[in-house]
Design a protein around this ligand. Structure first.
Ligand code: 5GP
Ligand code: ZN
Length: 115
């Protein structure tokens, strides 16, 4: 289901162009506009979901596709030294775009704890 006023739905449908790094029926991966690491890719479900906080048991399968896509994209990008995956949820989680997305960050050593 696409939300016409949602930025990432528009990217998923192609209404807003992006570099489509990886996709299948369920998932799209594209570069973050404001990268925080040498490799910073967003991976989204094509069907709209505001955030993890709104997920139900109907989303279990798409979450499997989301994590499988991480492995595929990380291999494609040769992130052989490792990488960080982040899903920000809600205001306290620092989520700024209301369509669930997973950040795949790599190409440099990450720090812990995050800010
Ligand atoms: P959040 O803060 O919600 O976890 O992450 C939102 C991410 O979306 C940010 O890293 C931001 O740079 C990225 N972003 C915001 N607008 C756009 C856009 O129009 N295109 C792309 N590719 N990324 C965007
Ligand atoms: Zn959306």
């Amino acid at each position: 289901m696409t939300h016409t006023d949602c930025l990432f739905c528009k990217i998923a449908t192609g209404a807003i162009p992006t570099t489509r790094l990886y996709e299948n029926d369920h998932i799209l991966a594209f570069p973050d506009l404001n990268p925080q690491a040498p490799t910073h890719i967003l991976i989204i479900p094509k069907d709209h979901l505001n955030s993890l906080a709104e997920a139900t048991s109907t989303h279990t399968e798409v979450f499997g596709h989301l994590l499988s896509a991480v492995t595929e994209v990380a291999r494609q990008q040769h992130l052989d030294g490792g990488y960080r995956t982040v899903i920000n949820t809600g205001p306290d989680g620092g989520q700024t775009v209301g369509h669930l997305h997973l950040h795949l960050l790599g190409g440099r050593a990450m720090h812990w704890p995050p800010g």
